[in-house]
Design a protein around this ligand. Structure first.
Ligand SMILES: Cc1cc2nc3c(=O)[nH]c(=O)nc-3n(C[C@H](O)[C@H](O)[C@H](O)COP(=O)(O)OP(=O)(O)OC[C@H]3O[C@@H](n4cnc5c(N)ncnc54)[C@H](O)[C@@H]3O)c2cc1C
Length: 386
């Protein structure tokens, strides 16, 4: 086996797969080294919401560029991302009304199809939602959700068809540097050589950064979700919804509704800990909240519940760019929102690696240097996930 490549990508999640796809599309021959299998990390557990509503322009622009891929997956990537258009609603409480208006304007100025609708409109759109606790919401009629494992696998398949390689069951245990330049990595399957190494290792990324002497503020974030079976009377679908009033989001998938909560997501746990089951107490809290927003769910039933781990940074934004030895790049710390942006991030990082400058979206604010420079990113909402 020839273990030399133009670039080594550590991690076969949706971010590593997107980067491999875009590098290969530009004629490079990358190798993706994945310690388990494609989608084994956060990607395989992701809720897959695809929406553009954000409170910072860089996120909204990355989501908007990515949306073009989700809508045209077959033509732009090949295979299937499972994108399903359900529409998207952002519900907030009165303390966030000004921010909601401001953000909707910002999104419209980018060209994103979104506007404010009244709670009466929401009631017409979603007859089973309780709408008595908010006045208006932001609506994106084109948005919805996609299937994260399918998305990552089709990106990886398309990358391989264009000359990328994937090596699974291959844990990177060391990053090799000579004279301040990246030369390759050590793995359980031997050495791999390349002048470029990209850390796409999600919740495990800090370990790799430490291997090249990079100390960046980084933590792990655990997030549990559950699927409930909707009662038949609740209808065939409902919009993907982020509901700040209940610190919750939910979306439909066939006869199921997926629910996640935005509070009590523990930081600092090992991403290798058991996550096939949700943490104690999660299901009770999630059932209580979904029944408050959709009272008809009291007639539903629990289908399943599990968790997942992502990397998180102090400003809850990803770290994308070069740092440390020449040839070392980071694409990690997606902080619970890095599924929907993966197509655009892979394209931007490819531009940075090959052209030395990024033209698709200005991602300079996401550079690793922002922590040392005290330029943390702030939005108009306190926190938003997914
Ligand atoms: C439960 C949950 C729900 C979410 N919902 C949404 C959502 O609705 N919308 C959204 O946009 N985002 C969502 N997110 C966030 C999103 O899923 C992640 O940001 C995204 O999947 C991160 O992709 P990644 O490729 O960076 O990381 P991962 O998918 O975690 O991939 C990293 C990979 O690196 C591998 N790896 C680690 N260390 C090594 C090593 N030393 N050698 C080789 N391989 C290694 C791992 O095995 C893993 O496969 C959610 C996250 C979670 C956990």
């Amino acid at each position: 086996m020839d273990n030399t490549a133009d670039a080594i990508i550590i991690g076969g999640g949706v971010q590593g797969a997107s980067l491999a796809f875009h590098l290969a599309q530009r004629g490079m021959k990358p190798i993706v080294l994945e310690k388990k299998f494609v989608g084994a990390g956060a990607t395989g557990r992701s809720s897959g919401l695809v929406r553009m509503h954000y409170d910072t322009e860089v996120d909204a622009r990355l989501a908007w560029v990515s949306f073009d891929y989700f809508r045209n997956w077959k033509e732009m990537v090949g295979g299937d991302s499972g994108f399903t258009r359900t529409g998207f609603l952002q519900i907030v409480g009165d303390k966030h009304y000004d921010a909601l208006k401001q953000n909707t304007k910002m999104l419209q100025s980018i060209g994103i199809p979104t506007w404010l609708i009244s709670s009466d409109d929401v009631a017409r759109l979603c007859p089973h939602y309780y709408t008595g606790d908010f006045e208006f919401a932001a609506y994106e009629p084109e948005s919805g959700y996609a299937m994260p494992s399918d998305t990552a696998n089709s990106l990886m398949n398309a990358a391989r068809q264009q000359g990328a390689r994937l090596v699974q069951d291959c844990t990177v245990s060391g990053v090799k540097v000579n004279g301040g330049r990246i030369t390759g990595v050590d793995t359980a399957q031997g050495e791999f050589h390349a002048p470029v190494v990209v850390n796409c290792a999600g919740a495990w990324a800090e370990k790799l950064n430490q291997m090249v002497g990079l100390e960046l503020p980084y933590d792990t974030w655990r997030h549990d979700t559950m699927f409930v079976m909707r009662p038949r009377q609740a209808g065939p679908s409902h919009p993907a919804t982020i509901d700040f009033r209940h610190e919750m989001y939910f979306r439909s998938e066939g006869e199921l509704t997926l629910v996640g909560l935005e509070d009590n997501n523990p930081l600092g746990g090992s991403p290798d800990d058991e996550s096939d089951h949700a943490l104690p107490g999660f299901v009770d809290r999630a059932v209580d909240r979904i029944c408050q927003r959709m009272p008809i769910m009291e007639q539903g039933g629990l289908h399943s519940a599990h968790g997942g781990y992502d990397g998180i940074t102090p400003d809850q934004h990803p770290i994308i760019g070069a740092a440390g030895p020449d040839g070392y790049y980071l694409n990690c710390g997606h902080s619970g929102t890095g599924f929907k942006t993966a197509p655009a991030v892979g394209r931007c990082l490819t531009e940075l690696i090959i052209d030395g400058e990024v033209t698709t979206v200005d991602i300079s604010s996401l550079a690793p240097s922002r922590f040392q420079e005290g330029k943390l990113i702030g939005g108009t909402y306190d926190n938003i996930w997914t």
